[in-house]
Design a protein around this ligand. Structure first.
Ligand code: GLC
Length: 467
């Protein structure tokens, strides 16, 4: 089949999306935990980046082959941006050094504030999509945080008294706002220093996080009690990634285990989805894999997070190969390795242009349903990229009817070839050993207005709309 024919096949399949969106409205309740914060969004241009480099006298050799993945001083923010800009990658660096925050506040500024953190972003998205009751964990809920929640009757947080209240109305007076810098850049942008050109191969973002509460995995008691005593259908879990070993992070991961076990004991049918997120601290990353992954029914991750996991599981060569050539056949190899090694019931990888899920045949949602869930996620997340935000219900279907991209079809085709399964190009489903693979080519937005929170939206909508 040629591209046009395949685009038609997938357009037909994508026709299911409106009815999957309807199904979301029948889901009774969802909780999202742990990390909710405020994102300060800044779109940076190559020319501004150059200015910062020059003004702060950063030597050019510090800007080449950057291996750093954390801050040792405030101006390392610039190094982090350059690293992600030049490679077109997404990274998040965290720090407990308030000087970094102050430096950004004084030197970077921002364009606007919006909801941040996996728990916050997913809560807004799922409530907008009509899940009957969404309860978001917030370890800090001052007015500025409350204002980032959508004004929806089905979207709750826990107030000072430990009771459910509409999230936008809560003000926990003494809490401090937790602001993360999200520095986004555009594909094709470039700057020149000393005759060397730095150019950006792919639109992406660098996140610089100073967040004393999320870095300590502070849990809200009201929320813990709520899940000890109420049954929700799904728990969308994240927030371990800002922890640092130097900050007691490994023990904080371990301490979360009995909390999760108690929730699961009270509610054995609870489906827990863990979003891996960009975890730079290797000891913490290992602890997440050791202690939290076994409690999750489903795990979501992107290309970079896949590489990160391979690196702590002695798969350096595969990680290096993916680093050099981030393509679907190699990422599939990684996914299969992770599924076998970590034994979760379902694992979903979202790469640029393609989402793939490997699941056990008896997972609560069939692979056919999962495929529909992923197509729904592709529409919702590309609509977010296209529109810049999901604030009204109409926003979620802005890209419905757009064709899946040729680049996505190429990735799918490469995958079908290594699996010796040409039908995969048009079915999106096949058996792989004891597992079932479902894969969808996605809709790509040419000039995304925003990218932050895409992964969170993709993972949560894929799972829930696959019901
Ligand atoms: C991380 C960041 C947060 C951002 C989120 C987006 O959790 O800390 O600021 O909103 O990723 O996925």
């Amino acid at each position: 089949m040629n591209y046009q024919e395949l685009q038609n096949v997938w357009a037909k399949k994508y026709e299911t999306v409106p009815s999957q969106l309807e199904k979301l409205k029948h889901i009774r309740s969802v909780a999202t935990a742990f990390n909710t914060n405020i994102d300060a969004i800044l779109k940076i241009k190559g020319s501004t980046l150059k200015k910062l480099i020059v003004e702060n006298s950063i030597p050019i050799d510090e800007l080449q082959n950057i291996s750093m993945s954390g801050f040792s001083k405030p101006t390392d923010v610039i190094i982090g941006i350059v690293k992600c800009f030049c490679r077109g990658i997404a990274e998040e660096w965290v720090t407990d050094d308030i000087d970094v925050y102050n430096w950004m506040d004084a030197n970077l500024g921002y364009d606007h504030l919006q909801m941040g953190g996996q728990a916050g972003i997913i809560a807004n998205a799922l409530a907008l999509l009509g899940v009957k009751k969404v309860v978001a964990h917030t370890n800090s809920h001052p007015k500025l945080q409350a204002q980032q929640f959508l004004d929806l009757e089905n979207l709750f947080g826990l107030n000072d008294a430990g009771n459910l209240e509409k999230a936008i109305n809560i003000t926990r007076e003494t809490d401090i706002p937790l602001i993360h810098w999200i520095i986004e850049f555009d594909k094709g942008d470039s700057f020149e220093i000393d005759g060397k050109i730095f150019s950006c191969p792919k639109s992406n973002r660098f996140i610089a996080t100073y967040d004393p509460l999320n870095m300590k995995l502070v849990m809200n008691k009201g929320f813990i009690d709520y899940l000890n005593t109420h049954k929700v259908n799904y728990l969308l879990l994240s927030g371990f990634h800002p922890l640092l070993k130097s900050n007691g992070g490994v023990n904080l991961v371990k301490d979360a285990v009995p909390v999760l076990q108690r929730w699961k004991k009270h509610n054995p049918n609870l489906i827990i989805h863990l979003e891996i997120a960009s975890t730079q601290d290797i000891a913490v990353r290992k602890a997440i894999v050791k202690y939290i992954v076994p409690l999750a029914d489903s795990v979501g991750l992107n290309e970079r997070e896949t590489i990160d996991l391979l690196r702590i599981l002695d798969q350096q060569s595969l990680a290096d190969r993916i680093e050099q050539n981030t393509c679907s056949p190699l990422l599939f190899e990684a996914l299969l390795f992770l599924k076998k090694k970590l034994k979760m019931k379902r694992i979903q990888l979202h790469m640029f242009g393609l989402y793939m899920t490997l699941q056990d045949p008896n997972f609560v949602h069939s692979a056919e349903q999962n495929l529909k869930g992923m197509m729904t996620a592709a529409v919702v997340s590309s609509s977010k990229a296209y529109n810049g935000e999901l604030a009204r219900y109409d926003d979620v279907v802005k890209t419905l009817g757009m064709s899946v991209s040729v680049q996505s079809l190429n990735e799918l085709n490469n995958l079908s070839q290594i699996l010796h399964n040409p039908e995969l190009n048009s079915t999106g489903i096949c058996k792989v050993g004891d597992f079932i693979l479902s894969v969808v080519p996605t809709i790509l937005v040419d000039k995304p207005k925003t990218l932050v929170g895409m992964g969170d939206t993709i993972s949560s909508v894929s799972l829930l709309a696959g019901c």
